[in-house]
Design a protein around this ligand. Structure first.
Ligand code: GLU
Length: 292
Protein backbone atom coordinates (compact mmCIF):
# COMPACT_ATOMS: atom_id res chain seq x y z
CA UNK A 1 0.00 0.00 0.00
CA UNK A 2 2.67 2.44 1.15
CA UNK A 3 4.87 1.82 -1.89
CA UNK A 4 1.95 2.33 -4.23
CA UNK A 5 1.13 5.69 -2.70
CA UNK A 6 4.77 6.83 -2.93
CA UNK A 7 4.87 5.81 -6.58
CA UNK A 8 1.65 7.69 -7.29
CA UNK A 9 2.98 10.85 -5.64
CA UNK A 10 6.22 10.56 -7.59
CA UNK A 11 4.30 10.17 -10.85
CA UNK A 12 2.17 13.21 -10.07
CA UNK A 13 5.27 15.24 -9.26
CA UNK A 14 6.90 14.21 -12.56
CA UNK A 15 3.79 15.26 -14.45
CA UNK A 16 3.71 18.60 -12.64
CA UNK A 17 7.36 19.20 -13.48
CA UNK A 18 6.72 18.41 -17.12
CA UNK A 19 3.84 20.88 -17.28
CA UNK A 20 5.94 23.58 -15.58
CA UNK A 21 8.73 23.08 -18.11
CA UNK A 22 6.28 23.50 -21.02
CA UNK A 23 5.03 26.82 -19.63
CA UNK A 24 8.46 28.27 -19.00
CA UNK A 25 8.51 30.99 -21.62
CA UNK A 26 7.63 33.99 -19.47
CA UNK A 27 10.77 35.60 -18.08
CA UNK A 28 8.86 37.61 -15.48
CA UNK A 29 7.29 34.57 -13.90
CA UNK A 30 10.63 32.80 -13.94
CA UNK A 31 8.86 29.50 -14.45
CA UNK A 32 11.75 27.70 -16.03
CA UNK A 33 15.48 27.63 -15.57
CA UNK A 34 15.86 28.66 -19.21
CA UNK A 35 14.25 32.06 -18.68
CA UNK A 36 17.40 33.60 -17.14
CA UNK A 37 21.02 32.80 -17.73
CA UNK A 38 23.87 33.19 -15.27
CA UNK A 39 27.61 32.54 -15.30
CA UNK A 40 28.37 28.83 -15.23
CA UNK A 41 29.18 27.58 -11.75
CA UNK A 42 27.82 30.69 -10.01
CA UNK A 43 25.44 30.54 -7.03
CA UNK A 44 22.91 32.37 -9.22
CA UNK A 45 23.07 29.60 -11.83
CA UNK A 46 22.86 26.87 -9.22
CA UNK A 47 19.78 28.41 -7.57
CA UNK A 48 18.12 29.19 -10.88
CA UNK A 49 18.61 25.63 -12.09
CA UNK A 50 17.28 24.21 -8.83
CA UNK A 51 14.28 26.59 -9.01
CA UNK A 52 14.24 26.84 -5.24
CA UNK A 53 15.98 28.85 -2.54
CA UNK A 54 16.23 28.90 1.25
CA UNK A 55 15.78 32.34 2.80
CA UNK A 56 16.63 32.94 6.45
CA UNK A 57 14.44 35.52 8.16
CA UNK A 58 12.66 36.33 11.40
CA UNK A 59 9.23 34.85 12.12
CA UNK A 60 8.23 37.12 15.01
CA UNK A 61 9.07 40.72 14.07
CA UNK A 62 6.05 42.65 12.79
CA UNK A 63 6.73 44.71 9.67
CA UNK A 64 9.98 42.86 8.84
CA UNK A 65 9.41 39.13 9.11
CA UNK A 66 6.39 37.78 10.93
CA UNK A 67 4.37 34.67 10.29
CA UNK A 68 0.78 35.63 9.71
CA UNK A 69 -2.35 33.76 8.75
CA UNK A 70 -0.76 32.80 5.42
CA UNK A 71 1.67 30.58 7.34
CA UNK A 72 4.56 32.36 5.62
CA UNK A 73 6.56 35.24 7.06
CA UNK A 74 5.57 38.70 5.86
CA UNK A 75 7.37 42.03 6.07
CA UNK A 76 9.99 44.32 4.56
CA UNK A 77 12.85 41.79 4.85
CA UNK A 78 10.68 39.17 3.18
CA UNK A 79 9.75 41.58 0.36
CA UNK A 80 13.40 42.53 -0.21
CA UNK A 81 14.28 38.83 -0.33
CA UNK A 82 11.48 38.28 -2.87
CA UNK A 83 12.94 41.01 -5.14
CA UNK A 84 16.25 39.11 -5.13
CA UNK A 85 14.55 35.76 -5.70
CA UNK A 86 12.56 37.19 -8.63
CA UNK A 87 15.79 38.45 -10.21
CA UNK A 88 17.14 34.90 -9.90
CA UNK A 89 14.21 33.71 -12.02
CA UNK A 90 12.68 31.71 -9.19
CA UNK A 91 8.95 32.03 -8.40
CA UNK A 92 8.19 33.38 -4.90
CA UNK A 93 6.25 30.24 -3.99
CA UNK A 94 9.47 28.25 -4.32
CA UNK A 95 11.06 30.07 -1.40
CA UNK A 96 11.62 27.93 1.66
CA UNK A 97 11.66 30.26 4.69
CA UNK A 98 13.94 29.23 7.53
CA UNK A 99 13.59 30.97 10.89
CA UNK A 100 16.89 32.61 11.81
CA UNK A 101 16.86 34.23 15.27
CA UNK A 102 19.67 36.75 15.84
CA UNK A 103 22.29 34.42 17.26
CA UNK A 104 22.04 31.70 14.57
CA UNK A 105 22.37 33.90 11.46
CA UNK A 106 26.12 33.55 10.81
CA UNK A 107 26.01 29.80 11.49
CA UNK A 108 23.05 29.34 9.15
CA UNK A 109 24.98 31.05 6.34
CA UNK A 110 28.30 29.29 6.98
CA UNK A 111 26.64 25.85 7.31
CA UNK A 112 24.50 26.34 4.20
CA UNK A 113 21.23 25.94 6.11
CA UNK A 114 20.13 28.99 4.12
CA UNK A 115 21.21 30.57 0.83
CA UNK A 116 20.81 34.12 2.14
CA UNK A 117 19.67 35.92 5.29
CA UNK A 118 17.34 38.94 5.30
CA UNK A 119 16.59 39.45 8.99
CA UNK A 120 17.09 42.99 10.41
CA UNK A 121 20.75 42.06 10.07
CA UNK A 122 23.18 44.86 10.93
CA UNK A 123 26.32 45.01 8.79
CA UNK A 124 29.42 45.10 10.99
CA UNK A 125 33.08 44.12 10.88
CA UNK A 126 32.82 41.36 13.48
CA UNK A 127 30.17 39.55 11.45
CA UNK A 128 32.15 40.17 8.27
CA UNK A 129 34.89 37.94 9.68
CA UNK A 130 32.59 34.94 9.05
CA UNK A 131 30.11 36.06 6.36
CA UNK A 132 29.61 38.79 3.75
CA UNK A 133 26.93 41.45 3.41
CA UNK A 134 25.23 42.92 0.36
CA UNK A 135 23.59 46.27 0.97
CA UNK A 136 22.72 48.18 3.04
CA UNK A 137 19.08 48.35 2.01
CA UNK A 138 17.84 50.23 5.12
CA UNK A 139 19.26 52.07 8.11
CA UNK A 140 17.62 51.54 11.50
CA UNK A 141 18.88 52.74 14.89
CA UNK A 142 18.88 51.30 18.39
CA UNK A 143 16.17 52.54 20.74
CA UNK A 144 14.44 51.57 23.98
CA UNK A 145 10.89 50.30 24.54
CA UNK A 146 9.20 51.06 27.86
CA UNK A 147 5.71 50.90 29.30
CA UNK A 148 3.50 53.73 28.16
CA UNK A 149 3.30 55.34 31.61
CA UNK A 150 7.06 55.13 32.35
CA UNK A 151 8.77 58.49 32.89
CA UNK A 152 11.97 57.22 34.50
CA UNK A 153 13.75 55.80 31.44
CA UNK A 154 14.69 58.37 28.81
CA UNK A 155 17.70 56.81 27.07
CA UNK A 156 20.64 54.44 27.61
CA UNK A 157 21.98 56.58 30.48
CA UNK A 158 18.95 55.63 32.54
CA UNK A 159 20.60 52.24 33.23
CA UNK A 160 23.71 53.79 34.77
CA UNK A 161 22.39 53.95 38.34
CA UNK A 162 22.22 50.15 38.49
CA UNK A 163 18.53 49.79 39.31
CA UNK A 164 16.67 49.20 36.01
CA UNK A 165 16.51 45.89 34.15
CA UNK A 166 16.68 45.86 30.35
CA UNK A 167 16.00 42.94 28.01
CA UNK A 168 17.55 42.18 24.62
CA UNK A 169 18.41 39.23 22.40
CA UNK A 170 21.50 37.03 22.41
CA UNK A 171 23.77 37.61 19.44
CA UNK A 172 22.29 41.01 18.59
CA UNK A 173 24.21 44.28 18.26
CA UNK A 174 21.88 46.13 20.71
CA UNK A 175 22.63 43.58 23.45
CA UNK A 176 26.34 44.42 23.10
CA UNK A 177 25.84 48.18 22.78
CA UNK A 178 23.66 48.57 25.87
CA UNK A 179 26.36 46.96 28.05
CA UNK A 180 28.29 50.23 27.73
CA UNK A 181 25.54 52.04 29.68
CA UNK A 182 24.78 49.38 32.29
CA UNK A 183 26.29 49.50 35.76
CA UNK A 184 25.89 45.79 36.57
CA UNK A 185 25.44 43.60 33.48
CA UNK A 186 24.92 40.48 35.63
CA UNK A 187 21.75 41.75 37.30
CA UNK A 188 20.45 44.38 34.87
CA UNK A 189 20.74 42.73 31.44
CA UNK A 190 18.24 39.96 30.64
CA UNK A 191 18.84 38.05 27.40
CA UNK A 192 16.40 35.87 25.46
CA UNK A 193 16.63 34.29 22.00
CA UNK A 194 13.77 36.30 20.48
CA UNK A 195 12.27 39.77 20.98
CA UNK A 196 8.67 38.74 21.80
CA UNK A 197 10.00 37.12 24.99
CA UNK A 198 11.48 40.50 25.96
CA UNK A 199 8.25 42.29 25.06
CA UNK A 200 6.25 39.88 27.25
CA UNK A 201 8.72 40.29 30.12
CA UNK A 202 8.25 44.08 29.88
CA UNK A 203 4.50 43.77 29.83
CA UNK A 204 4.60 41.40 32.79
CA UNK A 205 6.87 43.71 34.79
CA UNK A 206 9.90 41.36 35.00
CA UNK A 207 12.04 43.95 33.17
CA UNK A 208 11.79 47.75 32.88
CA UNK A 209 12.74 48.08 29.21
CA UNK A 210 13.55 46.30 25.95
CA UNK A 211 16.31 47.49 23.66
CA UNK A 212 16.83 46.79 19.98
CA UNK A 213 16.35 48.58 16.63
CA UNK A 214 13.66 51.28 16.57
CA UNK A 215 11.78 49.62 13.70
CA UNK A 216 11.45 46.31 15.54
CA UNK A 217 10.15 48.11 18.64
CA UNK A 218 7.75 50.19 16.51
CA UNK A 219 6.25 46.92 15.27
CA UNK A 220 5.49 45.83 18.84
CA UNK A 221 4.06 49.26 19.63
CA UNK A 222 1.80 49.03 16.57
CA UNK A 223 0.47 45.73 17.90
CA UNK A 224 -0.19 47.13 21.41
CA UNK A 225 -0.27 50.93 21.44
CA UNK A 226 -1.99 51.07 24.83
CA UNK A 227 0.97 49.37 26.56
CA UNK A 228 4.24 50.60 25.02
CA UNK A 229 6.20 53.62 23.78
CA UNK A 230 9.77 54.48 22.74
CA UNK A 231 11.83 56.07 25.53
CA UNK A 232 13.84 58.53 23.46
CA UNK A 233 15.84 58.96 20.26
CA UNK A 234 17.84 56.38 18.34
CA UNK A 235 21.39 56.17 19.67
CA UNK A 236 23.16 53.96 17.08
CA UNK A 237 23.10 53.37 13.33
CA UNK A 238 22.07 49.85 12.24
CA UNK A 239 22.54 49.43 8.48
CA UNK A 240 20.69 46.30 7.34
CA UNK A 241 22.42 43.95 4.90
CA UNK A 242 21.70 40.66 3.17
CA UNK A 243 23.98 37.98 4.58
CA UNK A 244 25.69 35.56 2.19
CA UNK A 245 28.72 33.26 2.27
CA UNK A 246 31.93 35.20 2.86
CA UNK A 247 33.70 34.00 -0.27
CA UNK A 248 30.73 34.38 -2.64
CA UNK A 249 31.59 37.78 -4.14
CA UNK A 250 29.62 37.12 -7.36
CA UNK A 251 26.40 36.46 -5.45
CA UNK A 252 27.01 39.52 -3.26
CA UNK A 253 27.57 41.67 -6.37
CA UNK A 254 24.41 40.26 -7.95
CA UNK A 255 22.38 41.13 -4.83
CA UNK A 256 23.93 44.61 -4.73
CA UNK A 257 22.95 45.16 -8.39
CA UNK A 258 19.44 43.92 -7.62
CA UNK A 259 19.10 46.25 -4.62
CA UNK A 260 20.28 49.25 -6.66
CA UNK A 261 17.76 48.40 -9.37
CA UNK A 262 15.01 48.15 -6.72
CA UNK A 263 16.03 51.53 -5.24
CA UNK A 264 15.58 53.10 -8.68
CA UNK A 265 12.49 51.37 -10.08
CA UNK A 266 10.17 51.95 -7.10
CA UNK A 267 9.98 48.32 -5.96
CA UNK A 268 12.07 49.00 -2.81
CA UNK A 269 9.78 51.86 -1.78
CA UNK A 270 6.68 49.78 -2.54
CA UNK A 271 8.05 46.93 -0.41
CA UNK A 272 8.46 49.40 2.47
CA UNK A 273 5.07 51.11 2.04
CA UNK A 274 3.31 47.72 2.04
CA UNK A 275 5.01 46.55 5.25
CA UNK A 276 7.04 48.35 7.94
CA UNK A 277 6.15 51.73 6.45
CA UNK A 278 2.74 51.38 8.04
CA UNK A 279 4.23 51.61 11.56
CA UNK A 280 5.46 55.20 11.48
CA UNK A 281 9.16 54.69 10.69
CA UNK A 282 10.77 56.63 7.85
CA UNK A 283 12.26 54.91 4.80
CA UNK A 284 14.53 57.86 3.98
CA UNK A 285 16.55 58.09 0.81
CA UNK A 286 18.09 54.94 -0.63
CA UNK A 287 21.33 54.04 1.13
CA UNK A 288 24.62 53.90 -0.77
CA UNK A 289 25.54 50.29 -1.47
CA UNK A 290 28.86 49.33 0.09
CA UNK A 291 30.75 47.28 -2.50
CA UNK A 292 33.72 46.27 -0.40
N1 GLU B 1 19.99 44.83 13.82
C1 GLU B 1 20.44 44.25 15.05
C2 GLU B 1 21.28 43.02 14.79
O1 GLU B 1 21.51 42.68 13.67
C3 GLU B 1 19.31 43.95 15.98
C4 GLU B 1 18.13 43.24 15.39
C5 GLU B 1 18.23 41.74 15.46
O2 GLU B 1 18.65 41.19 16.48
O3 GLU B 1 17.84 41.13 14.47
O4 GLU B 1 21.77 42.40 15.69
Amino acid sequence: MRMKRVAAVAAAATLALGLAACGGDDADEGTGSGSKSFAAGSTMEKLNKAQKIKVGTKFDQPGFGQKGLSGKPEGFDVEVAKLIVKELGIPADKIEYVETPSKVREDAIVNGTVDLVAATYTINDKRKERIAFAGPYYEAGQNILVKKDDTTITGPDSFKDGTKKVCSVTGSTPAEEIKKSIKDVGTQLVLFDTYPKCRDALKGGQVDAVTTDNVILLGYIAEDEASFKLAGDNFTKEPYGIGVKKEDTDFRNFINDTLEKAFNDGSWKKAWDDTAGKFGAELGTAPTINRY
